[in-house]
Design a protein around this ligand. Structure first.
Ligand code: GLU
Length: 483
């Protein structure tokens, strides 16, 4: 029987969740679901100094918003917890001691001063001074209260290799590996130790994480070997770049999931976009539901080359999601943004939503796009001049007059109703309907460009407001004549 796949997402609560972290979690989720396996959340908070207040809560919020539903985690017990590293100190201590017994690690009593002197203040490699202290002596010194760390006992002259599911064969000579610290003097593990112990005890079969761990993995494998544990499979993921040379990074505040949501991106569109940063489904599809991604996600579609985070592309995809919604769905997500843009009580929110659904790629664009609705007043009459359509002030005056008389008696205040009335009136007046509509749009909005044509503007404004504006504009045009 083949083993049940278990993957994990292991964020450190050291800041917000950037797009790169999210992608790592997403791939671990997709792979687990695709394989009918389990997806586990583990919080890696052993670096207390870098732990940021509130960052853990943000992990839960982000995973929930992104739809990455984990089977086990701090709030979902699966029997191999705790799922928060700071609550596992006893476990690491026990296993560090066991590793010492097995000859895979040793007590080191070197002081900070000694270590600093090794490197002349520069980065140094530990000289392994304590490596050969007899175990009984080391234990006695530790028991007597001497301060110690536990270091990995890296074997000499061995090549440690593994096959990564994305990068292929990776080999590192153990001569290039330092006897790094596994357990710090405060009893807390380093990442180097905790990731191994946890992945083993949590039964992780596939470790999916960023490529920055690719070359440290041989070192971790030596720990698995020293314990006599089975190594997991590894899938390392190439970095996501901000541009040709710089990685996205949470330290520099790049590309935070929640910021994008606040800007009006839909979580599912962000997730969909992020999935494609480094993975190409065989179908070549771009817009995909989570279920489609799960069905198609296989490691051979994951690329070794890094991809550039392209916000414009994500905007486009988000726009596709908005267009695909039902009117009701769109109204529900757009309404807060519409209310932010205009004094909503004056308008039919539904009409504004209808107008915006095909015109905003991101919900956050809406307020600016509809601001013209509230800002109507004196405007530059030069806007009526349109050479190609052969509109000048004279034509505009006539056109606005024609619109007023066509619309005043109109009760069917819909795009179709208005279009029919204007077309008929233009014909009667011997004008092109395009000319009338152009002038009417300027007269209704006082804006050089608007998110929709004359009919749409009239519908959004409603009849009463439209008639008021047309009258005001006619006055402006006639005033010009008198001046
Ligand atoms: N806590 C590590 C990080 O945030 C996780 C690395 C891993 O997945 O093993 O980068």
């Amino acid at each position: 029987m083949s083993q049940t796949v278990r993957t994990r997402f292991a964020p450190s609560p050291t800041g917000f969740m950037h797009i790169g972290n999210l992608r790592t979690g997403l791939y671990a989720y997709l792979f687990a679901r695709h394989s009918g396996g389990k997806f586990i959340l583990r919080i890696e908070d052993t670096d207390r100094e870098r732990t940021v207040e509130g960052a853990e809560e943000m992990v839960y919020r982000t995973l929930a918003a992104a739809g990455l539903d984990y089977d086990e985690g701090p709030d979902r017990d699966g029997g191999v917890g705790p799922y928060i590293q700071s609550k596992r100190a006893d476990i690491y201590k026990k296993y560090a001691e066991e590793l010492v017994e097995r000859g895979g690690a040793y007590y080191c009593f070197c002081t900070k001063e000694r270590l600093e002197s090794l490197g002349d203040g520069k980065v140094h490699t530990y000289d392994r001074k304590c490596r050969d202290i007899p175990l009984a002596e080391a234990k006695a010194r530790a028991a007597a209260g001497e301060k110690f760390v536990i270091r990995q006992k890296v074997p000499f002259g061995v090549v440690s290799s593994y096959t990564d599911m994305v990068y292929g064969d990776i080999s590192v000579s153990t001569d290039d590996i330092e006897d790094g610290i596994l357990l710090k003097s405060d009893g807390m593990p380093t990442y180097n130790f905790a990731n191994v112990v946890d992945d083993h005890l949590m039964g992780i079969t596939h470790v999916i994480r960023g490529a920055e761990y690719l070359s440290s993995t041989p070192k971790y494998n030596l720990i698995y070997d020293a314990f006599g544990w089975e190594r997991p499979n590894y899938m390392h993921l190439p970095a996501i770049m901000k541009d040709a040379t710089r990685k996205l990074s949470k330290r520099y505040g790049d590309a935070n999931f929640e910021d994008f949501v606040a800007k009006g991106f839909l979580p599912q569109a962000i997730v969909n976009y992020v999935a494609l940063l480094g993975w190409c489904p065989k179908s070549g599809a771009e817009k995909m539901t989570m279920d489609e991604m799960i069905a198609e996600f296989t490691p051979d579609g994951v690329s070794v080359s890094s991809s550039i985070f392209d916000e414009a592309k994500m905007r486009w995809l988000n726009g596709e999601y908005l267009k695909a919604m039902t009117e009701e769905e769109f109204l529900a997500v757009a309404e807060p943004y519409i209310r932010r843009g205009v004094r909503a009580e004056k308008y039919d929110i539904r009409e504004i939503a209808r107008l915006m659904q095909t015109r905003a790629d991101v919900l956050g664009d809406i307020p600016e796009k509809i601001a013209f609705l509230d800002s109507f007043g004196e405007y530059d009459l030069g806007m009526y001049e349109h050479k190609k359509m052969k509109v000048d002030l004279e034509v505009a005056k006539k056109a606005v007059k024609v619109s007023i008389s066509a619309l005043e008696p109109l009760s069917d205040w819909t795009e179709e109703g208005i279009r029919a009335a204007i077309t008929a009136a233009a014909e009667q007046a011997g004008m092109k309907s395009g000319q009338v509509m152009f002038a009417m749009r300027v007269a209704l909005t006082g804006q050089p460009s608007t998110p929709g044509g004359a009919m749409e503007m009239a519908v959004v404004l409603g009849k009463e407001e439209s008639m008021k504006r047309l009258a005001f504009s006619e006055g402006l045009l006639l005033g010009e004549e008198r001046a």
